[in-house]
Ligand binder design. Structure first.
Ligand SMILES: Cc1ncc(COP(=O)(O)O)c(C=O)c1O
Length: 309
């Protein structure tokens, strides 16, 4: 079964889904996307789509910012996503990428008087940064500000900011970059939110520090509170607090929970993955597979259709 996508309002083979070279979004970044996980449960033989509704609610916010008119309800978008996953034939962890974009083949920077379109692709994807502990640097690039491009939506053009920082980090031998805001407060990773453990509590930057309000961030805050009685403080974080934190980790749909063991060549804590991080990672793994009964609304189970050989 060749990979399938949802494109031009129908399911079709990936090889048939093409866009023209004048497409507005290609030239000006006028699009927004989501990243949704289908977590494969090999024991039960099904996928667990994690918080798919919340992803589409956020995507619709991005569309409002970009004045993209998406003619689907959240329910319909969830249904299309389940159907694409059913048809995909994959039996491993996948990443689902819906994209809403300015599809007019027209030059000229603007948002108005342009047509919109929508597509969904699905692709196999293991945890993006690994789970064993990563090395980060603070980036020389500052996080794009809400006064420039709102980081509240996953707007394609914004990701040039992330790409600059990611490649700088990679070329300098690090796994990931941590952005500071213009006034020097810790913001987030290039595709993840950041948490610190300070005095046994979780600390994470607030939405006013130009972060994407991550669904994994929200999940971790709730799991820490409900399951471990660990409180999260959302407040401004100074760079030096990164160096003094007891533990530190990144959260994101692609990365899941990625423990940080070193920042700017300084070990975090004793340089090993911390206790609270390990407990949260364990809980998170159960929850994304729908194995924790306390969160019945977070997972949508999808069984792959039997595909003829
Ligand atoms: C810039 C940025 N921050 C944070 C996140 C984490 O958000 P979520 O947990 O909803 O995937 C992402 C990934 O989507 C991102 O691109």
């Amino acid at each position: 079964m060749p990979p399938h996508v949802f494109f031009h309002k129908r399911f079709m083979p990936l090889s048939e889904a093409k866009i023209g070279i004048l497409t507005h979004a290609l030239h000006y970044g006028t699009a927004c996307f989501e990243g949704i996980r289908g977590n494969w449960d090999s024991e039960r033989g099904n996928f667990s789509l994690f918080r798919v509704e919340d992803h589409y609610k956020r995507m619709l916010n991005g569309c409002r910012i970009l004045r993209i008119n998406l003619p689907y309800s959240v329910n319909k978008l969830c249904q299309l996503t389940s159907e694409l996953l059913e048809r995909s034939g994959y039996r491993e962890d996948v990443y689902i990428r819906p994209l809403a974009y300015k599809s007019s083949e027209a030059l000229g920077v603007r948002l108005h008087e342009l047509e919109d379109d929508f597509l969904i692709i699905v692709t196999p994807f293991p945890p993006y940064l690994g789970t064993k502990g990563i090395r980060c640097c603070t980036s020389s690039w500052r996080r794009v500000d809400d006064t420039a491009i709102p980081p509240r939506g996953k707007i394609c053009g914004t990701y040039v900011n992330s790409a600059l920082a990611k490649t700088e980090a990679w070329e300098n031998g690090f796994d990931e970059a941590i952005f500071l805001t213009h006034d020097g407060h810790v913001s987030e990773g290039t595709g993840e939110n950041i948490f610190l453990v300070i005095n046994g509590e979780l600390v994470t930057p607030p939405s006013s520090d130009n972060i994407l309000l991550g669904i994994t961030r929200d999940t971790v805050i709730k799991l820490a509170k409900n399951e471990l009685a660990v409180h999260t403080i959302e407040r401004q974080v100074d760079r030096s607090e990164l160096y003094l934190a007891e533990e530190c980790f990144l959260t994101g749909t692609a990365a899941h929970m990625a423990p940080i063991v070193e920042i700017d060549h300084r070990p975090i804590g004793n340089g090993e993955i911390g206790k609270i991080t390990i407990e949260l990672q364990k809980l998170f793994k159960e929850v994304i597979l729908g194995r924790n009964p306390n969160y019945p609304d977070w997972c949508t189970m999808v069984s792959p259709k039997l595909i003829k050989a």
